[in-house]
Write a protein that binds this ligand. Structure first.
Ligand code: SF4
Ligand code: SF3
Length: 522
């Protein structure tokens, strides 16, 4: 069996090799312990899980159970999702059971899938896109949606990782991943709006109230719904954190008077923010970090999220029981205030399209000269202040379209509005990047051009694999000249980068404000 430990890595003995996220050490790979805190043992378990899922796909096993194991298993290996080796090994066990006990798991180390480094790089790009797709499909499935075409591609894409493929075949599979990603994001958009209503432009307060609270982070709206239902009449307030901020714009959540607002910012500040929240915190998905002792006892995970030694709340008869979290909240002091501003959210595609005439007029009269999509992920490196500086230095006739936790780099700045159109249009979570594509398509139609003909630039910040899927989706839709940062993916070889630059005009945004010149904003 081929192992990445035999790969040419300077002859060093390594405990693990993971380079799936933007923070990977030195931009090349975490080899001793992840920057995220992932240990060599956990990385090994995740590799075995992925190898088993590839085998599951290669054996052509499908159906309800197999699909759930595949989708949830992929999601569990996404950055900052599951730090519980037992849970990861348990998922491998479920997959093995379906394959049959005599099954030979042919691939043990995913990064050893090909000896040719460009082919391996293209396979990694596909695998990370598939992880992102699985995460979004998981959310749609939880709400009862299904799309066999998405599932068929996930299976075929996974099986192809163990097959001999040419570079052209792998590039085509990556484009198909992006195209299927668009369908998957559309499915999730339909599921969210079908279940919770069409997001409305909403003001959300970030200050802390006087009641004890529960903080809910991650992307899973259904978990938030369970918690809001179960806290009715208890005197406990529920706050959103990170990507859960978007929930407050859905009509179905507005009816809960104890949805008190948003506490804190993006995931990477959670160690301080969960500490000062004082009450229990529920992590529903990525990004969860290995907790500090100061709040470890107050942290709960659910769904695909997990942290060793942290209480996990699983499903029971299609429901989840958060009574232990509620009981803990009762005995905790209210949150300590860390800021108190008002955020404007809820610019999903329906709301923006309702403003379309106003926006088109503003472009025609020259009041709006350019749109910049600043979407994706936030992260903890100090170089990411680039995005704050970038937003601040954009001319006053520029509108920022955002989605994902990247927005926390500028959504608390007062950037004003253009004739009533806010200069930061927040479409929601990273999956709501789909809304940005719909908006761009509608603008292109209004101006009789294609997306690349619009006064529209893309400056995408990435961190994890959902962003890889969103990037592949944009590329498959023909979007060109995307700036990507703060660093280019460590798994992309110079050969693959050359293809991305020549075919799609991808640019590294660098980490210095001087690189803004690349955007050429007139
Ligand atoms: Fe390193 Fe990122 Fe992998 Fe964690 S997820 S081990 S930080 S590359
Ligand atoms: Fe953020 Fe993890 Fe990517 Fe959903 S919560 S965008 S980083």
């Amino acid at each position: 069996m081929v192992s990445f430990r035999n790969l040419p890595l300077g002859g060093k003995t390594i405990k693990m090799l993971c380079r799936q996220c933007e923070e990977t050490i030195a931009g090349t790979g975490c080899v001793k312990r992840g920057v995220c805190g992932k240990t060599g043992e956990l990385a090994g378990s995740q590799d075995i899980l992925l190898g088993t899922l590839i085998e599951l796909a290669a054996c052509g096993i499908k159906g309800e159970d197999a699909d759930e194991i595949m989708v949830d298993g992929l999601f569990m290996t996404l950055s900052n999702t599951n730090f519980d080796k037992k849970a990861v090994d348990g998922q491998t066990g479920k997959a093995k059971k379906l394959i049959g006990k005599d099954a030979e798991i042919r691939c043990k180390d995913v990064l050893s899938l090909d000896r040719n480094e460009d082919l391996r790089s293209l396979k990694e790009l596909l695998l990370y896109g598939l992880k992102g797709m699985a995460a979004y499909y998981h959310h749609a499935r939880i709400l009862g949606a299904k799309d066999e075409a998405v599932m068929e591609f996930i299976r075929r894409g996974m099986a192809s990782l163990a097959e001999d493929k040419t570079a052209d075949e792998l590039i085509a599979l990556n484009m198909e991943c992006g195209k299927t990603g668009a369908a998957c994001l559309a499915l999730l958009d339909e599921s969210n709006t079908g279940k919770y209503g069409v997001p409305e432009i909403t003001q959300v307060r970030t200050g802390a109230g006087k009641n004890p609270g529960i903080l809910v982070t991650g992307h899973d709206l259904k978990d938030l719904e369970f918690i809001l239902e179960q806290t009715q009449g208890t005197g406990i307030d529920v706050y959103t954190h990170g990507e859960m901020l978007t929930a407050s714009s859905y009509p179905a959540f507005k009816k809960y008077k104890n949805l008190a607002g948003n506490y804190g910012g993006a995931w990477y500040k959670q160690k301080e923010e969960f500490e000062s929240f004082n009450g229990p915190v529920v992590a529903t998905t990525n990004c969860v970090l290995i907790p500090k002792d100061s709040y470890r006892e107050r942290l709960f995970t659910t769904g695909t999220a997990g942290v060793e030694g942290v209480k996990h709340i699983g499903p029971k008869d299609g429901k989840k029981d958060f009574s232990e979290v509620i009981a803990m909240a009762r005995s905790c002091p209210p949150p300590s205030q860390i800021d108190d501003v008002s955020l404007t959210i809820g610019f999903g595609h329906s709301q923006v399209l309702a403003l379309a005439d106003k926006i088109v007029d503003a472009v025609r009269t020259g009041a709006i000269k350019r749109f910049v999509v600043m979407a994706g992920c936030d992260g903890r490196e100090k170089e990411r202040t680039y995005y704050t500086e970038f937003a601040q230095s954009l001319p006053g006739d520029t509108v920022i379209l955002t989605a994902g936790c990247a927005k926390y780099r500028f959504n608390k700045l007062d950037l004003g509005d253009i004739g009533g159109i806010p200069r930061v249009i927040d479409a929601g979570q990273c999956n709501d990047c789909y809304s940005l594509v719909v908006i761009a398509g509608a603008l292109a139609k209004a101006f009789g051009t294609d997306i690349n003909g619009l006064p529209l630039s893309f400056n995408i910040s990435w961190y994890e694999q959902k962003a890889v899927l969103v990037l592949l989706t944009l590329l498959s839709l023909g979007v060109k000249d995307i700036m990507l940062g703060p660093r280019l993916p460590g798994f992309v070889t110079p050969g693959v980068l050359d293809v991305l630059v020549k075919s799609f005009g991808i640019k590294a945004n660098g980490t210095v404000a001087g690189d803004m010149a690349v955007l050429k904003i007139e």
